[in-house]
Design a protein around this ligand. Structure first.
Ligand code: SF4
Length: 758
């Protein structure tokens, strides 16, 4: 393919229409309902492509790890994207995107994209050389074959992949690994595992109400959630609930943009949310305001829970632990128990603590004992995977004949059987903890991880304990990174491969929050020499088989569109009421739910079939059977460090785009003026942060939005900026997560550091 010249990109990036819409995106959380829907009238449709006026219109879906998973319409003229907007057909997206979404096509046409396969001579040297796809694949395939020869298995080949692109076809990366042999997989999730386990113990699955039914709530507590930044589309339903008379309470250690919209704001001591919820439960119990029918007919263990509350919990104790006055706890508890329906949205930050799972269970219990589970407008909302029933063909590729793998319990310390018994043994991939990438690379042996494939992930921005990560990468013999931009992880790679953006590939998206499904059509040809993950897998397979016939089972003839077609099944079609995926070309569709309320039939998936205030399974897994108070991590430095999401990025994505940099050009540490005065720190001055993991220098911004004992830095990656918040964060595990995701969560918000003028 001929390279795309700079003038073409400049032309594509010059549209004033898109910039206006981007600016609207900055205001989206406050003015979502007034955003325009379809801008242009559809006039004709042919050969599967829709035309509106002079534009070809394509369906896309935001594949980032974002609650909203927006349905997108992309307008193309002469092969160039002119602008994009939210799909008006989805009542969730409702024609609007967030500030990040409106910048999408800036991303596709960014001159900073990785354009070609490149090889770095000396990791971290910056001495990059452009190579052909064939040469890149030859180098990679030769290394894989070398590892196989040396170890008699491919466990020395590791895959670390996460949520950089949730498009369903990207699971082809896992399929590619399987089709090479049994490999080492970094499993688990840094996002939400402790809460997943907690909800599974209580309810038997993780399943939340349709966020659109927020409008029916009479009382809503957003507990550690900041949708004004992280789920802008849900805000309109919350606003509508408020307009209908609902009270909104926000509980957050940071006074967020969402908190600014609340009727009442609580800033509890971080990590004491469990105590706060239990204090509310005790008050509701004492007042007899709990739902007697629910706890006797649809739940088990309530008496034991009540006994625990009477024995161990008082409202005063909860006040002392959380810092929220006892009378406020009592008042909100009573309001919550008497407003019907009432709901709590449990944010993911809340469970990123060493006691995170226990805290989620305490909040679940509060919702359950007040009879708000299974109610339209109620529920303990966390997330769901209800609509994710695809075939995942990509995941289930067969290993080549004779492949050897891991035997025994999964985990880095198990035995690898290379002896006589190996033939008859049931092999598997070797699973290691994704939340301890560095530690796993360093500690995993027999065989060691020799080569790492990094996909949909930027570990040098998002993983923990950077010093350890640097050391771990030194142990690796080859690092291949597949990405769109030169980020910190690419800097540490031997080979980088350019991958397509959502506008350049076929795929399919559903949400873990709402219940819509969207097709993602290829709107433009891949820029430069980028390829989809499926095409990369197919290329590697062809090269492997050329060098060593039979060494890879991945079909070299497959492409993203074919994979996408293979992912659908009758179950998905029936759930969404469509006959073919082609129906999605007309727009997104919503699952046909019997009710917007999760658990509306009270058929819980727990062992007892009821809501379990007391979970024997939870106890079997080493936790408390009841949702008891669990202490927070002991501070190891004077100030707590919080590192949540910013409005301008999703993890390490978006912040590097030109428009984003214009509005949010540099990172800061946010400090309460009282702490700043004590330390002699002026607004805008340079400060030095130090933790047991690392040090960094950064400018201070003074704000009352954080508590005097807390420092706040937003995570992300600022292009060409050495800022890396994860310099300061270690890899300590949360209490839960291993059961359902394969590895415990990570206590990202149980971090501490000191601050001083630089
Ligand atoms: S980042 Fe979230 S809100 Fe923004 S466009 Fe993507 S899915 Fe929508």
């Amino acid at each position: 393919m001929a390279p795309i010249d700079r003038k073409f990109i400049e032309r594509a990036l010059a549209s004033p229409v898109t910039r206006r819409k981007f600016l609207q995106g900055l205001l989206v959380s406050g003015a979502l309902a007034s955003m325009p829907g379809g801008l242009l009238k559809a006039v004709t449709s042919e050969a599967g492509i829709t035309y509106e006026g002079k534009y070809q219109v394509f369906r896309n879906a935001c594949p980032r790890n974002c609650y909203d998973t927006c349905s997108i319409k992309t307008y193309v003229k002469d092969g160039v994207v002119q602008f994009i907007e939210g799909a008006p057909e989805s009542t969730f997206t409702a024609g609007a995107l967030c500030v990040k979404g409106f910048s999408y096509w800036r991303r596709a046409y960014s001159p900073d994209r990785i354009k070609y396969p490149m090889v770095q001579q000396g990791r971290g040297s910056g001495n990059w050389k452009r190579v052909s796809w064939d040469e890149a694949m030859t180098r990679i395939a030769k290394k894989i074959l070398e590892i196989k020869k040396k170890d008699d298995s491919l466990l020395g080949l590791g895959l670390t992949k996460y949520s950089g692109n949730f498009g369903i076809t990207n699971y082809g990366v896992e399929g590619m690994m399987s089709s090479l042999g049994y490999t080492t997989r970094f499993v688990g999730t840094p996002c939400w595992p402790a809460g997943i386990d907690a909800q599974n113990y209580d309810l038997g699955n993780m399943w939340c109400n349709d966020p659109e039914d927020f409008v029916h709530a009479r009382y809503a507590i957003l507990w550690g959630a900041n949708p004004a930044w992280c789920s802008v589309h849900t805000m309109k339903f919350i606003y509508e609930a408020q307009e209908r008379g609902a009270k909104l309470v926000v509980v957050d250690p940071v006074f967020s943009q969402t908190a600014a919209k609340a009727d009442e704001y609580w800033r509890p001591n971080t990590g004491q949310d469990g105590a706060l919820a239990l204090g509310m439960c005790r008050h509701i119990l004492d007042k007899g305001m709990y739902d007697k029918e629910f706890v006797t007919q649809h739940a088990v263990g309530f008496e034991e829970f009540a006994e625990y509350l009477r024995r161990e919990v008082t409202v005063e104790w909860a006040a002392q632990k959380s810092g929220i006055p006892a009378q406020d706890i009592a008042k909100v508890a009573e309001e919550f128990a008497t407003a019907k329906p009432a709901t709590i949205w449990i944010g993911y930050g809340l469970q990123r603590h060493v006691n995170g799972g226990a805290m989620v269970r305490a909040i679940d219990a509060l919702v359950a004992m007040t009879g708000n589970v299974g109610k339209v407008g109620g529920g303990a909302r966390y997330g769901h995977l209800y609509t994710w029933g695809f075939n995942y063909h990509a995941l289930i590729q067969k290993q080549p004949e004779g492949s050897k793998g891991y035997v025994g319990a999964t985990g880095p310390m198990g035995e690898f059987d290379t002896g006589q018994g190996a033939k008859a043994a049931k092999y598997s991939d070797r699973a290691v903890n994704i939340n301890q990438t560095a530690r796993m690379i360093l500690e995993t042996n027999d065989p060691p991880v020799r080569m790492l494939w990094v996909s949909c992930k930027n570990p040098f921005s998002q993983d923990f304990d950077l010093t350890m990560l640097k050391k771990a990468f030194k142990k690796l013999e080859m690092v291949v990174v597949v990405d769109q931009f030169y980020n910190q992880t690419v800097e540490q790679a031997d080979i980088v491969l350019p991958v397509t953006t959502l506008l350049e590939e076929w795929t399919q998206n559903v949400s873990y929050w709402h219940y819509w499904m969207s097709l993602n059509e290829q709107a433009i040809k891949p820029m430069f020499e980028s390829k989809s993950n499926i095409e990369i897998a197919a290329l590697l397979s062809a090269k492997m088989n050329q060098l060593s016939p039979g060494s890879c089972t991945f079909s070299p003839k497959l492409n993203s569109k074919k994979w996408m077609e293979m992912e659908f099944n009758k179950g998905i079609y029936d759930l969404f009421g469509i006959k073919s995926w082609q129906d999605l070309r007309k727009g997104p569709v919503k699952a046909k739910l019997a009710s917007s309320a999760a658990w509306h039939d009270y058929k819980f998936k727990t062992p007892s079939g009821k809501y379990e205030f007391k979970s024997d399974l939870c106890k079997e897994h080493g936790h408390q059977a009841l949702p008891e108070y669990l202490a927070n991590r002991k501070p190891y430095a004077p100030y707590r460090l919080l590192t949540p999401h910013s409005k301008f990025n999703i993890h390490s994505q978006f912040q590097n785009l030109d428009w984003m940099a214009e509005f949010n050009p540099e990172p800061f540490v946010y400090i309460n003026p009282k702490l700043a005065a004590k330390k002699g720190i002026a607004d805008g001055s340079l400060v030095k942060l130090s933790s047991k993991v690392g040090e960094m220098q950064i400018k201070a911004k003074l704000t009352d939005n954080v508590a005097p004992d807390t420092l706040l830095m937003y995570e992300g990656w600022f292009n060409k900026n050495p800022y890396n918040v994860q310099n300061m964060v270690d890899d300590t595990s949360a209490d839960m997560g291993k059961w359902k995701t394969g590895a415990p969560g990570v206590a990202i918000h149980d971090q501490f550091c000191d601050v001083n003028p630089a």
